[in-house]
Design a protein around this ligand. Structure first.
Ligand code: NAD
Length: 321
């Protein structure tokens, strides 16, 4: 049986990275039926709205979507379609793994952390199971992670204060099983840059989560390799951390890995763990080899041996066949 997935190519570099990810996902052998929907300014002429109702209906029906970035005009024009989508589908938790793969140029030797960004307002969002269940024991055995809440509760006493209070209340329920700590956001930025290896899982309100996602992308080789997932009770939408980078539109130049790794997260979500592992290994091998990679993954930006978006996806697909 094929999985029905809503595919939103987006705009700018979106269609190129979305197509690369779609081809890689199809090459895993998992069967997909893609329902392709336009969004953003380009959708207005055709559908009279940057977020057509048919698109929302498609995600509500399929419960899973893969998305390329969508431009939000600065200062004028339409409001953010990305924010509207998260609100409309109540995708309240944004999960953004930041893992440094061997071969990717970075100032660091090892980075492996996850950002959990509150995605629609500033309220605590997390994953929970009932105490004492096998899922909890499995999670504890597997996770062995420390959770760090990030806030500015010394200044924002009521909003961030509430966030911290709820974090501490929840942490008590997991005392002795999951280590919990908190940091002021400014202090955390400095500590992350000096010692990213000291952190496992960061839980943040919306804006800090947005900013620190880019900071963490910088630790692991840049926006080209940073994937993400927006999770709610009814639907899940997978997309790269990066935006539509309009200056690179249509040049077959940018890195497709962030969107392909978002596809890996989607495979995990669908329970296709084996295919997810194979696709991630294929990406990892191409990165380690460092040959068929886009310009941003070369040590020298002017390196003429870099390949295009399509060719990097081809190299990943080659390892899946
Ligand atoms: P951006 O992420 O689009 O690009 C910033 C820079 O990062 C680019 O100039 C490029 O150098 C690099 N970069 C980004 N993606 C890359 C890739 N795949 N490979 C290699 N290099 C890459 O950020 P921006 O310029 O601030 O935003 C452009 C537009 O994207 C804005 O309209 C913004 O609102 C929108 N945006 C959308 C989303 C989303 O759809 N979820 C997220 C962020 C920004």
């Amino acid at each position: 049986m094929a999985y029905r997935v809503t595919l939103i190519p987006g705009d700018g570099i979106g269609p190129e990275v979305a197509e690369a990810a779609k081809r890689c996902l199809d090459a895993t052998g998992v069967k997909f039926e893609w329902e392709i929907h336009a969004a953003g300014e380009g959708a207005i002429a055709q559908f009279g709205s940057p977020l057509p109702e048919a698109l929302l209906e498609s995600i509500r029906r399929n419960k899973v979507a893969l998305k390329g970035p969508i431009t939000t005009p600065i200062g004028t024009g339409i409001r953010s379609v990305n924010v509207a989508l998260r609100h409309a589908l109540d995708l309240y938790a944004c999960v953004r793994p930041a893992r440094l793969y061997p071969g990717v140029p970075s100032h660091y030797a090892e980075v492996d952390l996850v950002i959990i960004r509150e995605n629609s307002e500033d309220l605590y969002a997390g994953i929970e199971y009932d105490d004492g269940t096998p899922e909890v024991r499995e999670l504890i055995a597997w996770v062995k992670k420390k959770v760090t809440a990030v806030h500015k509760a010394n200044i924002m006493k009521f909003t961030d204060g509430l966030f911290l209070e709820v974090f501490r209340r929840v942490a008590v329920e997991y005392a002795g099983r999951i280590e919990a700590e908190d940091r002021l956001v400014d202090n955390l930025c400095m500590q992350l840059v000096q010692h990213p290896e000291n952190f496992d899982l960061l839980v943040l309100p919306n804006l800090y989560g947005d900013i620190l996602s880019d900071l963490c992308a910088g630790l692991i080789g840049g926006l080209g390799v940073a994937p993400g997932a927006n999770m709610g009770e009814e639907a899940a939408l997978f997309e790269p951390v990066h935006g539509s980078a309009p200056k690179y539109q249509g040049q077959n130049k940018v890195n497709p890995v962030a969107t392909i790794l978002s596809g890996v997260l989607m495979l995990h979500h669908l329970g296709e763990t084996e295919a997810a592992g194979r696709l991630e290994r294929a990406v990892s091998e191409v990165l380690r080899e460092g040959k068929s990679v886009t310009y941003d993954l070369k040590r020298e930006r002017g390196d003429r041996t870099s390949v295009g978006t399509r060719e990097m996806a081809d190299a990943i697909i080659q390892r899946l066949l």
